[in-house]
Design a protein around this ligand. Structure first.
Ligand code: NAD
Length: 343
């Protein structure tokens, strides 16, 4: 048996997930949820999806009556993750919601509570937990293969606009620009990309940060970045004494991870994107196969759900909530210029 998945929101990342589902062993793209009739027609045709498994945002709740859908994968703008997670859970469907889990701690808590109340499992789309280079850096850090990690540098940024012709193609009311709209995004690159830096520091150390400091970077395009940051740099302190310095930006390209430990180092570059990744330690090159990240993530989750097993803690809503708490603390630290302690 395969896990029947409905993709909710058919934008860029949903297309990558659809390819992952097609390549998977345990998943089937069984349904879609979209507000655009033309997309519904195209996807139904391309993926052989029956009309009865196609929903829009208004009639989505009728999915409760559809036994052919086991899980709803939410790939909408961040500010809509909560509403659709809750509606899917109330319809008795398991949920994967994309990262960041939601735009506030309260929303994350409500999502977890509703999924628990309706006996459905909730996962966050953390694709890197299944990626071989990341499984290795997690092992190197947590097993202290090079001794205690003292310092991590993690950065992910994409230049998303033309620095020379500022605002040439910008229409902020265009739904495609939802990442610039605070209500829909919850924040700028920290929410979108920086979350991978936070995640990798946490799973390499196997620890939770106790305090953060942060600084906003310069804003080159004041119209584009009037609601969300263009660049942010932050530091995290961990109970072992390890510190991390991270940066994320929409103004420059960067994608790397470095950990310095007492007896050596390990690093990846590219590190946090879709890959292919490359890396080395103080002793040797790291060489792992390039995998289809979406396929692997989906197969691992599907296998457990099909066997009625509990999903591992590191991909659940509780994990998503921890990241949102840290993100909030980082924004507070950048806004106040003070160190913010995490409880
Ligand atoms: P996108 O803009 O390409 O797609 C968003 C979809 O939501 C579109 O189909 C759009 O029509 C739909 N939508 C519904 N209501 C909307 C509204 N009110 N405003 C705007 N769009 C609306 O975005 P994306 O890049 O596919 O990102 C979607 C989610 O996936 C985000 O949460 C993002 O963080 C996440 N994402 C995750 C990864 C990853 O590697 N795990 C990569 C990219 C995006």
């Amino acid at each position: 048996k395969k896990l029947n998945i409905a993709l909710c929101g058919l934008g860029n990342y949903a297309s990558m997930l659809a390819s992952g589902i097609e390549a998977s062993t345990y998943c089937k793209l069984a349904g879609i949820v979209t507000g655009t009739p033309a997309k519904a027609s195209a996807w139904k045709k391309q993926f052989n999806i029956p009309e009865k498994n196609s929903y829009n945002y208004q009639n989505f709740d009728q999915i409760v009556n559809n036994k052919d859908i086991d899980l709803v994968y939410i790939v909408l703008p961040n500010g809509l993750h909560k509403e659709f997670t809750i509606r899917a859970a109330k319809a008795g469907k398991h949920v994967i919601t994309e990262k960041p889990m939601a735009i506030s701690v309260e929303d994350c808590k409500e999502m977890i509570k509703t999924c628990d109340e309706h006996n459905v499992q909730l996962a966050v789309g953390y694709r890197l937990h299944y990626e071989p280079y990341h499984i290795e850096i997690k092992r190197l850090g947590q097993e202290k293969v090079f001794g205690q990690v003292r310092f991590i540098g993690a950065s992910l940024g994409y230049k998303t606009y033309d620095t020379v012709n500022l605002q040439t193609h910008l229409d902020k009311s265009d739904p495609a620009e939802w990442r610039l709209n605070k209500k829909l995004s919850g924040g700028g690159p920290l929410m979108d990309l920086g979350i991978y830096c936070i995640q990798s520091c946490r799973y390499v150390l196997g620890e939770e940060p106790v305090a953060v400091t942060a600084q906003f970077g310069p804003v080159h395009d004041k119209i584009r970045f009037s609601e969300t940051e263009e660049t942010i740099i932050w530091q995290m302190e961990f109970p072992s004494g390890a510190v991390a310095n991270c940066e994320t930006s929409c103004g420059f390209n960067i994608d790397k991870f470095h950990a310095s430990a007492d007896e050596g180092f390990f690093e990846l570059s590219p590190a946090l994107s879709y890959g292919p990744f490359a890396g080395r330690t103080s002793e040797k090159e790291l060489k792992f196969p390039t995998i289809n990240q979406q396929q692997t993530q989906l197969d691992e989750i599907a296998r457990l759900l099909l066997e009625n097993k509990k999903l591992p803690d590191h991909i659940t809503g509780h994990e998503g909530l921890k990241d949102i708490k840290i993100i909030n603390a980082i924004y507070e630290a950048a806004q106040t210029g003070t160190k913010v302690w995490l409880k």
